[in-house]
Design a protein around this ligand. Structure first.
Ligand SMILES: CC(C)(COP(=O)(O)OP(=O)(O)OC[C@H]1O[C@@H](n2cnc3c(N)ncnc32)[C@H](O)[C@@H]1OP(=O)(O)O)[C@@H](O)C(=O)NCCC(=O)NCCS
Length: 173
């Protein structure tokens, strides 16, 4: 298994990965449009503020991480981070490797920060994020409902150079 940047040659395999991850997480709805996926990959390949990293096993894409940078002057310095692996591939450090690949790329791109949110009952993801340098920045109470219970949404961020100036540092009241 290896981790690498996505390319347009991955369109069919990545579409299948999205279909399977949606199915596993119970979010499968409309069939995924392969043309849309190709457009997304092309945008990631040529847009300097976006990228997708895939975990490939025997020709199959079994998970991915991505960074989605902003388009505006106000948010171009930061990226949103996402990650998912098919369940059969979890717990073998592939999540760590996918996160490290995306973080290292974002650092080289000159991003000032990465951010994400995670459900409070997702302990594995929280361990992973803290290990990779993310810190808790806030909590949205009862933001997720899983059909049975409510869970807080934990907001996490990673600053590449926390020594850089930032005016009006938030002091939560
Ligand atoms: C979150 C996810 C990407 C982590 O990837 P992974 O390959 O399973 O994680 P890793 O094997 O790299 O382990 C990361 C850390 O979590 C810990 N961990 C892994 N599985 C665990 C488990 N079942 N219970 C407790 N801790 C666990 C590991 O010990 C590791 O820490 P360590 O290196 O200090 O030992 C993966 O589990 C996943 O896809 N989950 C579903 C989607 C998801 O939750 N995405 C994030 C939404 S915010």
């Amino acid at each position: 298994m290896r981790i690498r940047e996505i390319s347009t040659a991955d369109t069919a395999a990545f579409t299948e990965c999205l279909r399977r991850t949606n199915e596993e997480s119970g979010t499968a709805g409309q069939p995924i449009d392969m043309g849309e996926v190709e457009r997304l990959i092309k945008m990631s390949c040529k847009h300097s503020g976006k990228n997708i990293f895939v975990a490939e096993d025997d020709g199959h894409i079994v998970g991915y991480s991505c960074v989605i940078g902003g388009n505006q002057l106000s948010d171009r310095h930061k990226g949103i981070f996402r990650i998912i692996l098919l369940s059969a591939y979890r717990g073998r450090k592939w999540g760590t490797r996918l996160t490290e690949a995306a973080v290292s790329w974002a650092r080289k791109q000159g991003f000032r920060r990465l951010e994400l949110s995670v459900a409070s009952n997702n302990h594995v993801a929280q361990v992973l994020y803290q290990k990779c340098g993310f810190a808790v920045e806030g909590i949205k109470r009862c933001a997720f409902f899983d059909g049975k219970d409510y869970h807080d949404e934990i907001i996490m961020g990673l600053l590449f150079d926390s020594a850089l100036d930032c005016d009006g540092a938030a002091e939560l009241q």
